[in-house]
Design a protein around this ligand. Structure first.
Ligand SMILES: Cc1cc2nc3c(=O)[nH]c(=O)nc-3n(C[C@H](O)[C@H](O)[C@H](O)COP(=O)(O)OP(=O)(O)OC[C@H]3O[C@@H](n4cnc5c(N)ncnc54)[C@H](O)[C@@H]3O)c2cc1C
Length: 403
């Protein structure tokens, strides 16, 4: 655990390279600079020149209202990295060669002496026919923007529907993203966005074979279910989606849900460059890392955030794929990379969840803070404050935290 990084075959002056400027990667890059007292050179790679505030992407009503303006959901990396001496390199990661210590980007090659992979995840479609082609997703900024634009169009056209008909939006996936999205769409007042004739959408949440909000405390599950029902959301449970065609979601029991738009919130998997690594993988292609967050057999290479499968060494339980966990992992990965660089001992990652809060629309939320239930507007205000403080810390280049 305490051998220094062997500089071969990378040049001795090669930097520590961090792939992905999301919650985990950005915090690691800045953490390495701080912890090494600016001695370790750091190159941060991302395909976008902005840090995306991904935890807010369910707010499609707001996105629809602001049109093309996504400023509230991004922080320019030039702003947050100013003065940190972290070098930013824009490019899409195509391949990581751990043996040669090099990363192939669409814009060239980067050599590294130590590496942190924080490339997040992508939607997993589980081979469901038509799902990738015929559904939207809000996992990425581009997807959320596109869906918000479509919703606006669907709502504008809703005034032309006959009788009492309303446009139906089907959301697939009863986890926190699907729940927050369903509540958001069902409670947004679409009239100022889509015109006085707009009719509110009918929202159907397909939770599939998994329990609704699986893994959340029962107090959160109960409150969220009640809030969705109050907002007029129909919850369809028990059957997974069998196929998706344009304007039609078919369940395994043969039920056909005609819809104006469908959104896939049913799951995530590691992105292709992570899946392709010849290292131990856990669920959904995530890299099964050591307790120190290092890749087994590759000292000096770490995986953090949603791309990593991390187990709590005390309980053996999987650490959740959340921004909160990503930030906690980032602190330990930065510490351990500096230790590895200097030949010092590494420390294990131990996860302490502070809380969870699920937004339920209309300024309401439900959650648990250090296992104590919180709900209603105090929970929603807390979530808003935590997100705002995170964004402010990122803008100022300070160490961010998040519950
Ligand atoms: C709608 C929504 C709401 C959420 N709400 C919460 C919440 O309330 N609380 C919470 O804790 N978590 C929440 N999460 C989960 C949280 O967003 C993720 O766990 C978190 O983003 C993981 O951080 P990460 O750094 O691993 O990945 P990301 O933040 O996704 O960052 C990955 C980075 O890698 C870059 N990248 C990916 N592939 C490539 C490539 N090939 N080349 C170059 N760059 C690449 C991306 O551009 C991105 O900047 C939410 C997620 C969603 C989608």
């Amino acid at each position: 655990m305490n051998a220094a990084v062997d500089p071969d075959p990378s040049p001795p002056e090669a930097p520590a390279v961090v792939l992905g400027a999301g919650y985990a990667g950005l915090a690691v890059a800045q953490g390495i600079r701080r912890r090494s007292r600016q001695r370790i050179p750091v190159v941060l790679v991302d395909r976008n020149p902005v840090h995306v505030l991904r935890t807010q992407l369910y707010e499609v009503g707001k996105l629809a209202a602001t049109g093309e303006d996504t400023d509230p959901w991004v922080v320019p990396l030039a702003e947050t990295l100013e003065g940190s001496a972290v070098e930013f390199r824009q490019g899409s990661v195509e391949q990581v060669d751990l043996a040669q210590r090099s990363v192939t980007l669409d814009s060239g090659t980067v050599r590294f002496r130590a590496l942190v992979i924080g490339l997040g995840n992508v939607a997993a479609y589980y081979g469901v026919p038509g799902a990738a082609a015929n559904t939207h997703q809000v996992y990425r900024l581009s997807g959320a923007k596109k869906f918000a634009g479509e919703l606006r169009e669907v709502e504008r056209a809703s005034g032309t529907l006959s009788g009492e008909r309303r446009p139906r939006i089907v959301i697939v996936g009863g986890g926190s993203t699907g729940t927050e999205l369903a509540a958001e769409i069902a409670t947004t007042d679409w009239r100022p966005i889509a015109g006085a004739g707009a009719r509110p959408p009918e929202v159907v949440l397909v939770t599939g074979a998994l329990p609704f909000l699986a893994g959340f405390p029962s107090s959160v599950v109960d409150r969220a279910r009640r809030a969705l029902v109050r907002a007029g959301v129909t919850i369809v449970a028990g059957w997974n989606v069998a196929r998706v065609d344009p304007g039609r979601v078919t369940l395994e029991d043969g039920t056909v849900l005609a819809c104006a738009a469908a959104v896939w919130c049913a799951g995530l998997e590691a992105p292709p460059p992570v899946r392709a690594l010849p290292v131990p993988h856990g669920r959904a292609g995530r890299v099964a890392v050591e307790p120190t967050l290092e890749v087994p057999g590759h000292p000096g290479t770490f995986v953090v955030g949603d791309a990593a499968e991390v187990r709590d060494p005390r309980t053996g339980a999987l650490v959740p794929s959340t921004a909160q966990a990503a930030l906690a992992e980032a602190r330990v990965a930065a510490r351990n990379l500096v230790a590895r660089w200097n030949g010092a001992p590494l420390a294990p990652f131990v996860y302490q969840e502070r809380g969870v809060v699920v937004a339920l629309g209309l300024g309401q939320a439900a959650g648990a803070l250090r296992k104590v239930p919180i709900w209603g507007s105090p929970a929603a205000v807390l979530k808003r404050i935590v997100q705002r403080d995170y964004a402010h810390a990122v803008e100022r280049g300070e160490p961010p935290t998040l519950i």
